[in-house]
Ligand binder design. Structure first.
Ligand code: ZN
Length: 135
């Protein structure tokens, strides 16, 4: 199965402050902005070759991103690895003894299937897995 780094999610207090800094670093503006209402998060997405940098701002105090920043401060929130068959990958990881937050894939932004691995199993970093809708 092919796997690749799809994106790095960075929790920021304010997109308006973080976007101009990443514009300088990456030499370009965001490709798009997205709001995921059910996650209470808005995102600025920068394409960088095969992978993307996603700046994440919570839109409410009970957003997972706002809670993360309150607890740990801003910084890298998660990595996302794209896989070809997410259900098979979740079975494989579970058999390997990893603790999964999502035992079955759920729908994410852009029709992606997504699932998260618990940071307790991954040296403290939240890992997201995703699969393109048409694969
Ligand atoms: Zn993500």
């Amino acid at each position: 199965m092919k796997r690749k780094l799809a994106h790095i999610g960075i929790a920021v207090p304010k997109l308006a402050d973080a976007v101009p800094v990443f514009e300088i670093i990456l030499g370009k503006g965001p490709d798009c902005y997205e709001e995921v209402t059910e996650q209470k998060v808005k995102t600025a997405i920068f394409g960088t070759g095969e992978s993307r940098v996603e700046l994440l701002e919570g839109t409410a105090d009970d957003s997972p991103i706002s809670k993360y920043i309150a607890k740990k401060g801003s910084g890298i929130h998660h990595l996302c690895i794209q896989v070809e068959d997410l259900e098979a990958e979740l079975r494989r990881l579970k058999e390997a003894g990893l603790r999964l937050i999502d035992e079955v894939p759920r729908k994410g932004a852009e029709g992606m299937l997504v699932a998260f691995i618990h940071p307790k199993s991954t040296a403290g970093i939240l890992v997201e897995l995703n699969q393109q809708p048409n694969e």
